[in-house]
Design a protein around this ligand. Structure first.
Ligand code: PAF
Length: 299
């Protein structure tokens, strides 16, 4: 029996070679095609798709949307989850086709970080101020890996606009600074965090949670809500130390939760504040069992 459903032909180019990607990027540049770019580490979810939609909106129907999938070894510490980071390229390809991505860039480790003994990879991009606290303190080599790979990807893809998620607030701030400091000709756009109905921020790492841990994981969002409430009830501000103690107490009353950090800071400079007021940014990292989750919000 023949189906009456229309067949959708969603063509998406998949490029794995850096020179090929650069040739295409140059051609688009010559032709004046606007390119929106979403760098990812794959295992895509609704949050990534919202970044793709934002890139499409900015690039326009005549523009191109490029997504990269690359689990970047340089941003994982030696005892972190690089080898077990979730990967499912076939599923990601389907999601990208459905989201009408024009090109999926999936480079290999050998191309991104050549290892030949005569000419090994030896150049890194390091942001020296904003990357010292929070994620940078807990994961000392993390941002060096992020800025290096993002600089490389921007050089390879040559987009007009690159879209990042607000869940990684510090990452987005550091990338903006890098783009400004190194005069990289790209506009950086930061799109809002997508959440589960109970407030848990979408993250590829949520996959690691057991059902009990998943139930507990909305403690990050609950603690943001509590901090928001405290802020709104104290128009003159609340001491950051007091707020931190309250948040830690709330989180550590959960059986599987352990706070890595809770921070209150100015959203522009990332400087810690002593007094938390409306507009102060809060960020936190919490281990739920063995899974480390992060979140942040303006209070
Ligand atoms: O946010 C991420 O997924 C990664 O840090 C990024 C920006 C793709 C760099 O590897």
């Amino acid at each position: 029996m023949s189906s009456s459903r229309p067949v959708l032909f969603l063509f998406m180019r998949i490029v794995t070679s850096i020179p090929q990607m650069q040739r295409l990027a140059k051609r688009w540049q010559r032709e004046g095609v606007s390119v929106g770019f979403v760098p990812t580490m794959g295992y895509l979810h609704r949050g990534h798709i919202s970044l793709v939609e934002r890139a499409r909106k900015i690039a326009g129907s005549k523009g191109k949307v490029v997504v990269s999938i690359y689990v970047n070894p340089a941003q994982f510490g030696p005892n972190e989850d690089f080898s077990k980071y979730p990967r499912d390229l076939e599923r990601d390809k389907k999601l990208c086709r459905t989201a009408k991505v024009d090109l999926l860039f999936v480079p290999s480790n050998d191309e991104m970080y050549p290892t030949s003994p005569e000419q090994p990879f030896s150049t890194f991009v390091v942001e020296e101020t904003l990357s010292k606290t929070m994620e940078g303190e807990s994961r000392p080599t993390h941002f060096r890996g992020v800025t290096t790979v993002v600089a490389k990807l921007l050089n390879i893809v040559g987009p007009n606009v690159a879209v990042f998620g607000a869940k990684d607030f510090q990452q987005a701030t550091i990338i903006r600074r890098m783009v400004r400091d190194l005069n990289i000709p790209v506009r950086v756009v930061v799109a809002p965090t997508k959440r589960e109905p109970d407030g848990l921020a979408l993250s590829s790492r949520n996959k690691y949670l057991s059902p009990d841990e998943r139930r507990e994981a909305n403690i990050l969002w609950k603690s943001v809500q509590m901090a928001r409430q405290m802020t709104h009830l104290s128009p003159n501000g609340t001491s950051a130390a007091k707020m931190e103690t309250r948040v830690r107490r709330l989180i550590e009353a959960q059986p599987a939760s352990r706070v890595d950090y809770v921070a209150f800071f100015d959203p522009e400079s990332i400087h810690p504040v002593r007094v938390v007021k409306r507009g102060t940014q809060m960020a936190l990292a919490v281990f739920i069992g063995r899974t480390r989750l992060i979140d942040n919000a303006a209070l």
